[in-house]
Design a protein around this ligand. Structure first.
Ligand SMILES: [Zn+2]
Ligand SMILES: [Zn+2]
Length: 327
């Protein structure tokens, strides 16, 4: 790949030429259009990242790259420049994730479904919270990511999208409508989810979760959203808890059969399945809060039943068993 030829020195030389010529002449010389989304940021100045890379290729190999010879963006230009130690900022708009909208909607709900202004301390605080959540990769965030202005605009979107709002809607997305419907259907639950997200952030529980991105490991539509779902999965996979639960099951003589359907990995798969079973924590994190996981709250469960419990709104194991018996 041609971009691998580019070195730190070559990029520095291209930056120097950009400074000497000025932006317009530099872009003209190398026949690049102005960048729309990705800028190399160096000593407080912004440079069109793709044009810099095209020019840098010339410094490194004697032949500059023309715009049509390579594509710009996150996976190519931005990645290569970052690998060389440069800072690349994106001005791409990052859509609000479900979890972010839940936090904003909790504010609007508490404010009687009215928007909140930029100067409102609650907006300022939420801006900080949203910047702390590992939902969008740091590297892709523009400088004004989830600024108080942006948060205030989102509260307007939510307030005006409420079904009882008499005036005209501001721009909002599908996720806004989905979250509003969820708040109207079950405000207590949604406030609990918002509180759990804030609690998880405060206690540093998300620190191990790097760049969660939208959705979750198991199920993008899961009741708790990506971050809390990941915490749930992490807790369930905690080997100490799991081993203690397995040990207790063995001592009680009931073995490692699934507590919902009875499936036993060892019985079906022989030695390969011996000792295997999954652990499900029946109390969602937004309910337990900071309480420690108790063995009584864990059930041993097969992979199929576990997946079914997390599909859509969570089912209690006994409800899943009813489904199973009814079929
Ligand atoms: Zn099962
Ligand atoms: Zn689970």
């Amino acid at each position: 790949m041609a971009l691998e030829n580019i070195t730190v020195d070559a990029v520095s030389a291209a930056l120097g030429e950009f400074d000497a010529l000025g932006r317009e002449a530099f872009l003209d010389k190398y026949r690049f259009g102005p960048a729309r989304s990705y800028f190399l940021v160096h000593e407080g100045r912004q440079y069109d990242s793709k044009a810099i890379v095209g020019a840098a290729h010339g410094y490194a190999t004697g032949e500059p790259l023309a715009p049509a010879q390579f594509s710009g963006g996150e996976a190519t230009v931005a990645r290569r420049l970052r690998a060389l130690g440069f800072t690349v900022a994106s001005t791409k708009r990052l859509d609000w994730d479900w979890q972010e909208v839940v936090l904003a909607c909790a504010l609007v709900y508490a404010n009687g479904w009215r928007e909140l202004r930029t100067a409102d301390p609650r907006v300022q605080e939420l801006s900080q919270v949203l910047r702390g959540l590992p939902v969008h990769p740091m590297a892709e965030r523009p400088a004004n990511f989830r600024s108080p202005d942006a948060v205030s605009r989102k509260t307007s979107d939510l307030a005006t999208a409420h079904p009882d709002y008499p005036g005209k809607r501001t721009r909002g997305g599908k996720t806004d409508e989905q979250v509003i419907a969820q708040f109207l259907a079950n405000p207590t639950h949604m406030l609990d989810v918002a509180a759990a997200l804030r609690g998880g952030l405060e206690e540093g529980q998300f620190d191990e979760i790097v760049e969660a991105r939208v959705g979750s490991v198991d199920d993008p539509e899961s009741e708790e959203g990506g971050l809390l779902m990941r915490l749930h999965a992490m807790r369930e996979r905690d080997p100490k808890l799991r081993d203690a639960k397995v040990e207790r099951a063995r001592q009680s003589g009931r073995g490692l059969g699934c507590e919902v359907c009875g499936f036993d990995f060892a019985a079906t798969y022989g030695a390969r399945g011996s000792g295997y079973v999954e652990c499900h924590h029946v109390v969602p994190l937004h309910v337990t809060g900071r309480r420690k996981v108790r063995l009584e709250d864990l059930v041993l469960i097969c992979a199929n039943c576990h997946r079914m419990i997390h599909m859509g709104p969570w089912l209690r194991p006994e409800k899943l068993r009813e489904l199973l018996l009814g079929s």
